[in-house]
Design a protein around this ligand. Structure first.
Ligand code: 8YV
Length: 329
């Protein structure tokens, strides 16, 4: 009998997904969910032809060089800035991600964060829990209107479009967007979204939503200069990636009342946070949970696992990020 190919599952995942992988592969897993250093990950990768990673594991040229047997790394995330895709392609390693299965769930969370930020949900809850609520008052936690206002979406991929639909059809918002490329006229009509320059968006939006993938070009899409262009009554939500916003500049702008409030699910250097963000009251902070519903996280884990099975047993990944010459079965 032929021995099963060996794979690494780099972080804890749903046991049932792990069990299904164990039917096909020899699996080294990490159900203790230890956070491995780059060297440890490289060492654990030895002898493995495939790996399932999350957005926290970096796959770079050094790891690839030390593991020439590796054939595929399947990320349990739609974002893949933890992968050096050109280096993977050069090394003949397939990279895959988990698009589509998290789109609507993540768009829901973008809206949750927008609502919590504009309507000061967490700030008022902290006040209540601290026993400070003694009487009703006319302007208590008066926030920013959401329905009927203008939302500016930066990054109009699948998730950005999901947010636009919710905003336009559910909340009667005026939707403006900025993106590297313009949507088709049909998609613009469906999302009721108008394309504007970044400057125009920053100047006119009541709520700015960031859904742009992280890259060298999108680093600090929002910094001090951009915050200065926003309305003092505006809110900013980042469900994209840490590094899209200059968190230090944002903490300063929030403390100074340069913008009204922010909602952040992702941070520069997470899980570490810029300490100044913890001292300003007008920011809602969540620990990178935008895709986290039971159903969606299961679908993401299953798609990552299915990519490993499809490529290593059939020669074709389901949702590859790179095309390798001669990779198809
Ligand atoms: C993941 C995400 O939870 O898919 C993404 O890009 O940011 C989140 O859905 C995270 O990356 C862990 O893999």
């Amino acid at each position: 009998m032929m021995s099963k190919p060996s794979i690494l599952v780099a972080r804890a995942i749903f046991p049932e997904v792990l069990q299904s992988l164990a039917q096909v592969f020899e699996v080294e897993s990490n159900q203790a969910d230890e956070v491995w250093s780059g060297e440890e990950l490289t060492r654990r990768m030895q002898g493995k032809v495939g790996a399932l990673t999350t957005g926290s594991e970096r796959i770079d040229a050094a790891l690839l060089q030390a593991n020439p047997q590796l054939r595929i790394v399947a990320n349990m995330a739609v974002g893949f800035n933890n992968f050096d895709v050109p280096a993977m392609t050069a090394a003949g390693v397939v990279a895959s991600n988990t698009p589509d299965v998290l789109t609507e769930t993540t768009a829901d969370f973008g809206f949750a964060l927008l609502m919590a930020t504009a309507r000061r949900v967490t700030e008022s809850e902290h006040y209540l829990r601290a026993g400070l609520w003694k009487k009703w008052s006319y302007d208590m936690f008066a926030g920013a209107e959401v329905h009927g206002t203008t939302i500016g979406i930066i990054g109009m991929g699948r998730i950005g479009q999901g947010i636009a639909r919710r905003a336009a059809h559910g909340f009667g918002m005026n939707v403006i967007y900025h993106n590297r490329s313009r949507l088709s006229a049909e998609l613009e009509a469906e999302c009721k979204a108008s394309y504007v320059s970044k400057q125009e968006l920053l100047k006119t939006a009541d709520h700015v939503m960031l859904v742009v993938p992280y890259s060298a070009e999108s680093h600090h899409t929002i910094g001090a200069a951009e915050l200065a262009q926003m309305k003092p009554t505006a809110t900013l939500v980042n469900i994209a990636r840490g590094g899209i916003v200059d968190d230090a500049a944002l903490a300063k702008a929030l403390a100074a009342g340069q913008i009204a409030a922010a909602g952040l699910d992702v941070f520069e250097g997470e899980p570490a946070l810029n300490p100044d963000l913890l001292t300003v009251p007008n920011v809602v902070l969540t620990p990178h949970i935008a895709s986290s519903t039971v159903k969606t996280r299961m679908a993401m884990a299953q798609l990552a696992a299915d990519n490993l099975v499809a490529y290593l047993t059939g020669g074709q990944a389901l949702t590859p990020l790179n095309a390798l010459p001669g990779a198809a079965a």
